[in-house]
Design a protein around this ligand. Structure first.
Ligand code: SAM
Length: 459
């Protein structure tokens, strides 16, 4: 891969010519493959080596065809680049216990959000936001597979979230950047690289942070990251946030053996992942704490009237067999669908409804209730909010892939009616067993598109 000479000159000026040569060599080597397993689902995927900074991260020896693994569709693991899994270590360090509110501002396709959701493990709340609608739909799918009810997905500009009222203990900004750290994984990134683009990105990042900081509580943490190397977008920007926005840089203790480079700025400390020093892609992260009061109210402020209307008792009766209800609020959204959120999140969700923040998802979408007939949603099947008493059919791998391809016609089960299609103990979706055939309720947009191999059993 031919990298721009100017890129080499700039990185050599930053880290020295010898280091820059090592970096270039590493960029020529294949990217490591890593996954983060979902601790609350069953897992068949196995890697021999753990990602040192993430409890649930593993390197795989080779890249399997993930599409042909039903566990992938069940949300049993997320394919995530290893360096960015350091978010786990950072969250453990700055907010042990984790019953907090987190905003992931630039969230699609969902690597950091699914990690944060797994780390919160149903406690507190996560708002995952993505400005680009098509990317927000991918985010929604990845969050849905994770299965937690304490997640809201929004699709708005940072300034709108900054203005809308709710404030968060932690704001993650994994900023759009010049992508120097992705040259190996995404050679396209090379063709978009220019010094002018680096400068444009650095300006955009400043503006994103300025827009979103009102949504960070006083004393709260900003986790700012990029997948690039240059100082303009990284440590210089971090120093700028500290001096311009009333923030203080925070140090994150790291194990030296991890190979992460520490970059000391004037007011902040940055952590840089170089592919020649770590088993991962190029990545930069820094943590700042908000020390200045900005007059924003916390999530605790209760709206006067509720925008959310909970369901009447008769409707709740219909839903009873489907849901685990403890500590949950069930309500009908403006989309006409039934949603389930933790009771503790009600105030926050309500205030977002009132502020008319555009939400793509709020908690688990349980389904649709029409004249006391309930049609469950795919989101419910993959969630931890679904009743464990619903009929299930355990599929073998061939059947599971045919189900996911929407080509499974019958099942080996006598129970008629709504049934969970399951593989390896993980729900894949709903089907309705009619005896001599089934109706497959996997949404079309989530079905496997690629051709299945002729001999699936050999997989
Ligand atoms: N955090 C994601 C993950 O771990 O999967 C990756 C995020 S990617 C580096 C940056 C995201 O920022 C993109 O999804 C992009 O659409 C979004 N973005 C682009 N311009 C933006 C802006 N002006 N404000 C907020 N987000 C923006």
């Amino acid at each position: 891969m031919k990298l721009p000479d100017l890129f080499f000159d700039r990185i050599a000026a930053q880290i020295g010519t010898d280091e820059a040569r090592l970096l270039l060599k590493a960029i020529e080597r294949p990217s490591p493959v890593s996954v983060r397993i979902n601790p609350v689902k069953n897992n068949c995927i196995s890697g021999n080596f753990q990602v040192p900074w993430c409890k649930y991260g593993y390197y795989l020896d080779e890249r399997p065809v993930f599409t042909l693994d039903p566990d992938f569709h069940a949300g049993a693991y997320y394919v995530q680049e290893a360096s960015s899994m350091v978010l786990w270590h950072i969250l453990e360090t700055i907010a042990p216990g984790g019953n907090i509110s987190v905003l992931d501002l630039c969230a699609a396709p969902g690597g950091k959000s699914t990690l944060a959701a797994a780390w919160l493990s149903g406690k507190g709340m996560l708002v995952a936001n993505e400005v680009v609608k098509t990317r927000a739909n991918v985010l929604k799918y990845n969050i849905l597979k994770e299965g937690h009810a304490n997640v809201i997905i929004t699709c708005v500009q940072p300034s709108e979230l900054g203005r809308s009222g709710p404030t968060f203990d932690i704001v993650i900004v994994d900023a759009p950047c010049s992508g120097e750290g992705m040259f190996r994984k995404d050679p396209e990134a090379v063709s978009h690289w220019s010094v002018q683009n680096v400068e444009t990105c650095a300006v955009r990042q400043k503006s994103i942070i300025a827009d979103i900081l009102p949504a960070l509580k006083e004393g709260g943490f900003l986790i700012y990251s990029t997948c690039t190397y240059n100082h303009e977008e990284n440590i210089n920007n971090a120093d700028y946030f500290a001096s311009e926005f009333g923030m203080e840089g925070r140090h994150i203790p790291l194990d030296e053996s991890w190979g992460i480079s520490v970059i000391e700025g004037k007011k902040t400390t940055g952590y840089q992942f170089f592919p020649h020093r770590v088993r991962g892609e190029g990545f930069f992260v820094t943590v700042l704490q908000k020390t200045e009061v900005n007059g924003t109210k916390g999530f605790g402020s209760k709206p006067k009237t509720s925008g959310i209307s909970t369901l009447p008792p008769k409707s709740m009766e219909c839903l009873k067999p489907w849901l685990k209800n403890e500590g949950m609020v069930v309500f009908e959204g403006s989309d006409g669908l039934i949603h389930v959120i933790p009771e503790a999140m009600l105030t926050q969700v309500d205030s977002m409804f009132k502020a008319k923040v555009y939400m793509l998802g709020a908690g688990i979408t349980a389904g649709k209730l029409t004249k006391d007939v309930f049609i469950p949603d795919h989101s419910l099947a993959l969630s931890h909010s679904m009743s464990t008493l619903l009929p299930r059919v355990e599929l073998d791998k061939t059947e599971a892939l045919l189900y996911l391809k929407k080509q499974l016609n019958t099942i080996r089960s006598g129970t008629k009616g709504w049934t969970i299609a399951s593989y390896n103990g993980n729900a894949l979706g709903f089907l309705k067993n009619l005896g001599d055939r089934i109706n497959n309720y996997l949404p079309n947009e989530y079905r496997i598109l690629m051709d299945l191999p002729t001999d699936i059993t050999a997989l």
